[in-house]
Each structure stands twice: as C-alpha cells, then as structure tokens.
Design a protein around this ligand. Structure first.
Ligand code: TXA
Ligand code: MG
Length: 321
C-alpha cells in the first residue's frame, strides 16, 4: 500500500527524485511524473502497464507555462483555454522538441490541460516542469475517483498518493484538437459539447475512431469493469431468473424485483453532473459485489449524458466495433 496523505511537499519531493505519484484532479486521479524526463515517463507506462503507442496528457498551471512547450496556440484554442481552464478540457497543440516523443507516442501534437483541483494546482505551481499524467488505473480498467481506488490497484507500485478527496466531475476531460479552422472532439468528457460550442461554434465529432492515430487511446476495452457489462438492461431484466447474481447500474430510479443492494442509481433527480460524478465509483462497487454480470441503463443523450454513454459503451461486453 502506498502512503496516502494531503502533503503537497511530499508529492513534490518524490517527483523531484524522478518518481511517480498519484495526484487528484477534478476529473479523475492521475499517475504523475516529470513530463520532461523520459525516465519518469517510462515509469508511468510501466506502472500502468500501458502500451507505448497511447500518448499522455501534460498538466500545468498557467498559459505562460503552456507556451514554453507548445509551438502554436490557435486563436480558438486560446479562447477555449481562457474560458475553461482550469477545468476538464484537454487541448491538442503542436509540441516543441522539449517534450519527449515518448509522451506523445511520436505524434507532433501534445495533449495539454490545466486541471482544477487546489492540491494539484499548488503542486504544479511549485514545480519547474509540467506533469505527464494518465488516469491512475491499470490500462483498460475504470479510472479512479478516490485515493482508495488508486491504492487498491496501484498502491503497491507507487510511493505516495496525494489525497484530494472524491473527484468532483468523475469522468475524464474532453479532448479537443484543431484542424485548419475546425474544432474537433476526440474524446467526450467532463466538459459538455454544448458548452464548448457556445464559445467556438459548431464542432466536429471524431470520438469513436479507434483506428485514428490521432486518438490511439480510444480502445474498445477502455473503462471496463472485470465483470461483463451489458447495456440492454431492460430486455435482460424482463426474462431475468438471475436477479440475485446481477448488478444493476440505473439512471434515476431503483427497479422492483431485484435486491436493492445489487442496484446503484446514478442520480435520483436525473442530474447529469451527479450521474457523471458517481459513474466510475458505482461501477467499481458493482464489480466488487458477488454478482456475475452488470446490466446498465443508458442515461439520456444530453449534456454530460453523451460522455457517460460513451464510457458505458466502451465498458460494455456486447459492443460492436
Ligand atoms: O481527465 C483527464 O484527462 C485525466 C486526468 C488525470 O487529467 N487524464 C486522462 O489521461 O484521462 P489518459 O491517459 O487516461 O487519457 C488520455 C487520452 C488517451 O486516450 C490518449 O490517447 C489521448 O488522451 N491523447 C494524449 N495525447 C494525445 C495526442 N497528442 N493526440 C491524440 N490523443 C492524445
Ligand atoms: Mg485513462
């Protein structure tokens, strides 16, 4: 088990030594190391068991610092940054050579974000280098939204978890790139598309292109629990003689005929923010129950519901390619 605490100075000490620590953000916990130190970056890939073709997000605390490692900031990127940073938005920008190729898996863009959590912001302000940080889960598993989630899976492999409580947003950042005049969404996430469109107008959607080298991490197995997860919860429920051995992830209401302890309701009031906040924690809880499968209800496709549906789809057993 890793030492868990809220001492920014301890996290900093380990990072200065080239080690990797877990850090809180408003989206999910990250596994952080010096983004400009190849050895630290390699360590991140090793600890996560992540394939090296899946690039990392670089975190920093100011637009001035961003400009030290990106070569170009398109006007729309600048507008989005000013509007939403710190916040759950990642921008794909042309990198300077100071960013190791390992961080970007050889791409000429680097994913950048200023996260919105007081502890990581304090840490970033105190450092002279930015932090590369993927979500702090083993590759392919659900992202962690508490320090305990991190400890359960990676605790034996890292020296320190900076504990910032429950992640407020609960799903990863929205990833946005720029192509000519277009703003392109590569990953749905904690910042809703309509909010982005209010600032830069209509965007292009490219979140499902698994073969697109621009988003090599968008793999089918992402965000999956260990138990098979099915999205057709209604049909499966009707003929279910297996209620006892099934966990239910529901949107806004419990269902009858099933033990209540096997059910998790994302938001009783149908609030998408609350649903996103609870999504990964509830999936973990269901995964830990003595059940054989998880059935999930799809939330409506509005606001953060798009990102929630995206995560459920990727986590699901029955997904068609
Ligand atoms: O909310 C978040 O974004 C969290 C917190 C810790 O900041 N981080 C996170 O990192 O979700 P990760 O590594 O789990 O997901 C990053 C995604 C990957 O799917 C990767 O393929 C994509 O970002 N990515 C990174 N650099 C990229 C690039 N240059 N071009 C396209 N996609 C990129
Ligand atoms: Mg991840």
């Amino acid at each position: 088990m890793a030492i868990t605490g809220n001492q920014v100075s301890i996290a900093k000490e380990f990072l200065l030594k080239g080690e990797v620590v877990a850090v809180p953000t408003e989206t999910v916990y990250g596994l952080a190391g010096n983004a400009l130190d190849e050895k630290a970056v390699l360590l991140i890939f090793e600890i996560k068991n992540r394939p090296s073709f899946d690039p990392l997000i670089v975190h920093t605390d100011s637009l001035e610092k961003v400009k030290t490692f990106v070569s170009d900031l398109p006007e729309k990127a600048q507008r989005l940054a000013e509007h939403f940073w710190p916040g759950p938005l990642t921008l794909l920008l042309q990198k300077k050579s100071i960013v190791p190729d390992l961080v970007t898996s050889g791409l000429d863009t680097v994913a950048v974000r200023i996260p919105d959590h007081p502890l990581i912001l304090e840490l970033l302000r105190s450092l002279e280098f930015p932090l590369a940080a993927p979500s702090a889960n083993p590759f392919g598993y659900i992202s962690p939204t508490t320090a305990a989630h991190v400890n359960a899976q990676l605790g034996a492999k890292i020296p320190y978890i900076l504990d910032g409580g429950e992640c407020e947003i609960g799903i990863e950042s929205t990833i946005v790139g720029f192509e000519n005049e277009d703003v392109v969404i590569y990953r749905l996430g904690g910042l809703a598309i309509d909010e982005i469109e209010r600032v830069v107008g209509k965007v292009k959607m490219m979140p499902h292109s698994t073969s697109d080298p621009k988003a090599p991490g968008m793999l089918k197995s992402h965000y999956a629990p260990r138990k098979p997860l099915f999205l057709n919860y209604k049909e499966a429920f009707v003929e279910s003689t297996q209620a006892e051995s099934t966990g239910y992830l529901l949107f806004d209401n419990f269902i009858g005929g099933v033990p209540k302890e096997n059910q998790r309701v994302l938001s009783r009031t149908g609030d998408m923010r609350e649903a996103a906040h609870n999504l990964f924690a509830y999936l973990r809880e269901l995964d830990a129950l003595p059940v054989e499968r998880i059935l999930a209800e799809r939330p409506p496709m509005k606001g953060l519901g798009l990102a929630i549906n995206d995560r459920l789809q990727r986590a699901s057993f029955s997904e068609e390619e």
